[in-house]
Design a protein around this ligand. Structure first.
Ligand SMILES: Cc1cc2nc3c(=O)[nH]c(=O)nc-3n(C[C@H](O)[C@H](O)[C@H](O)COP(=O)(O)OP(=O)(O)OC[C@H]3O[C@@H](n4cnc5c(N)ncnc54)[C@H](O)[C@@H]3O)c2cc1C
Ligand SMILES: NC(=O)c1ccc[n+]([C@@H]2O[C@H](COP(=O)([O-])OP(=O)(O)OC[C@H]3O[C@@H](n4cnc5c(N)ncnc54)[C@H](O)[C@@H]3O)[C@@H](O)[C@H]2O)c1
Length: 452
């Protein structure tokens, strides 16, 4: 008999696998780091708490256009940081304590795990555990280019930068994706001079119209250098120089590396467990989240192409269901996985970009509506935000939605809903009331503007 019915490696999204349906199961959770994983401790939640404060400062800086006068607020970094972690740290500690002493069928092992055999894990404490089922919810970690890691120059990643003691005067950010543009917004709003250095254009995977508009706005706030890579890093804290592939250099007091996240599968000795992974460590799973090894499952950043918390949560619910109901398993639904970048302005996206629609060969139509064409857009004096839609001409359904502007992450939700439930564009546009004069009118108008 195995030591446990279920072993969960990773206490991020993996912690939520312990559902009431598994009350009679003997469960082990193994966690090598801070309880609660990335989203809670060093990801979505603390960053968005910082973004909220940054947005307020940025609002104040531009409130002259609304006829308001007065001094913009100044960021008190220790107060902001302590508010964030004063909220987050106790939640992590509470979760840990609950698993240590409050859940009778769960044993928490605080150790690093790796496979030593099929469904058998060796722990850094020297213990060995066997499980009827093993779920790998081991997440991902910042990927640091060798030129930085090997330089001996101090650097931050998203794991460390939010807890720094003081704000630097100048920050160099390596990367041009989600993490880079969210922190560029946060720290520049707090008064830091930001230089962003990216190998690719900003937010390269987003719709062309959106990212070109975003890039223009970003260049007004930050020094943005794209399509260059670092070739050498030198100096010390307070005086760091990064030489770039185009022969130029940038300097800063601190260096933040935001060049992607690598799944932790490479540290699990997967071959010993019979678990297949891609060369980058991402564990291979089928639609039901099963790996190549019987009884071993994977979910979240460990196995997903999209490294997003709502995706990890969805997969966790799928795994929890499939563990409890092997006779009626359900697949993960990866049809319309949205994402939002909480920079300024916010960007939100779901489905195909126009470029992807074009490549797919299908007949499609698009519309692009500025927020400024609606009454609430006038109220905000908005001149840059847009809602872009892509629809399939024959089925008259949406196949992509892309927004840039205030509350883009919220405004996109009815579009995600329409796509998920197969509503046609006419049904969605005219089958319901749209509150006047709410910002959602930009969505209504973009639907009506689709030439279907
Ligand atoms: C700065 C930042 C901001 C983000 N913002 C957003 C956002 O706004 N919205 C969004 O959707 N997503 C966001 N994400 C992504 C999101 O945080 C992740 O997709 C999500 O947390 C992944 O959850 P997970 O459970 O797969 O992994 P994790 O939460 O990373 O959990 C994995 C756990 O496994 C543990 N572990 C790993 N290997 C071992 C081992 N061998 N033994 C024992 N334990 C191990 C780790 O210590 C960790 O606690 C953000 C990420 C970052 C870095
Ligand atoms: N709001 C959110 O949902 C949110 C926020 C943060 C992170 N995340 C998740 O975490 C993942 C990782 O975020 P990320 O921003 O680190 O990765 P990313 O993949 O979004 O972007 C990495 C960027 O770094 C650039 N890059 C890579 N190597 C480089 C080098 N040597 N020099 C310069 N630039 C280089 C790439 O061109 C790319 O633009 C995201 O893809 C996302 O899934 C989500």
């Amino acid at each position: 008999m195995s030591d446990f019915d279920l072993i969960i490696v990773g206490s991020g999204s993996g912690n939520a696998l312990v559902t009431q349906e598994l009350d009679s199961w003997r469960i082990a959770i193994i966690e090598q780091g801070v309880f609660g994983g990335t989203c809670l401790n060093r990801g979505c939640i603390p960053t968005k708490m910082l973004v909220h404060a940054a947005d307020r400062v940025a609002d104040a800086r531009s409130w002259g256009r609304l006829g308001l006068a007065g001094t913009a607020p100044v960021a008190d970094w220790p107060a902001i940081r302590d508010r964030v972690f004063g909220r987050v740290d106790p939640i992590s500690a509470g979760g840990r304590e609950y698993r240590r002493s409050g859940s009778p069928n769960v044993t928490l092992f605080e150790a690093r795990a790796e496979f030593v055999g099929p469904r058998t894990l060796g722990l850094s404490t020297g213990e060995t555990l066997t499980g009827e089922h093993v779920v790998l919810a081991t997440g991902a970690r910042p990927d640091v280019p060798g030129v930085v890691a090997g330089s001996g120059v101090p650097y931050d990643t998203s794991d460390t930068v939010m807890r720094m003691d003081d704000l630097p005067a100048r920050l160099v950010i390596l990367g041009s994706g989600f993490v880079a543009v969210e922190f560029a917004h946060v720290f520049s709003s707090f008064g830091v001079d930001v230089t962003l250095v990216g190998r690719s254009p900003l937010l390269r995977r987003f719709d062309h119209d959106i990212r070109m508009r975003f890039q223009e706005l970003a260049r007004e706030r930050w020094r943005v250098l794209t399509e260059v890579t670092p070739t050498a890093v030198s100096g010390s804290a307070g005086d760091i120089a990064v030489r770039l592939s185009d022969g130029t250099s940038v300097t800063g007091d601190r260096l933040l590396v935001a060049t992607g996240r690598v799944p932790n599968g490479d540290r699990l000795n997967l071959p010993a467990g019979g678990v297949s992974a891609r060369p980058n460590g991402r564990i291979v799973v089928d639609d039901y989240q099963r790996t190549s090894a019987p009884g071993v499952w994977a979910m979240g950043d460990a196995s997903s192409e999209g490294q997003l918390k709502h995706l990890a949560n969805h997969e966790e619910r799928v795994v929890a269901h499939n563990l409890a109901h092997p006779d009626r398993m359900v697949p993960s639904d990866r049809r319309f996985v949205p994402s939002a970048v909480f920079t300024r302005p916010q960007i939100a996206s779901v489905g195909l970009t126009e470029e992807q629609a074009m490549l797919s060969g299908r007949q499609y139509v698009t519309s692009l509506l500025p927020y400024g064409n609606t009454a609430y857009g006038w109220a905000m004096e908005d001149s840059s935000s847009v809602c872009k839609l892509v629809a399939d001409r024959s089925s008259r359904t949406l196949i992509g939605a892309h927004l840039m502007g205030e509350q883009a992450s919220t405004l996109i939700q009815p579009l995600i809903q329409a796509m998920s439930f197969g509503l046609t564009v006419p049904e969605m546009a005219r089958g319901q009331y749209w509150i006047h004069p709410a910002l959602t009118e930009v969505v209504e108008n973009a639907l009506l503007a689709l030439p279907l």
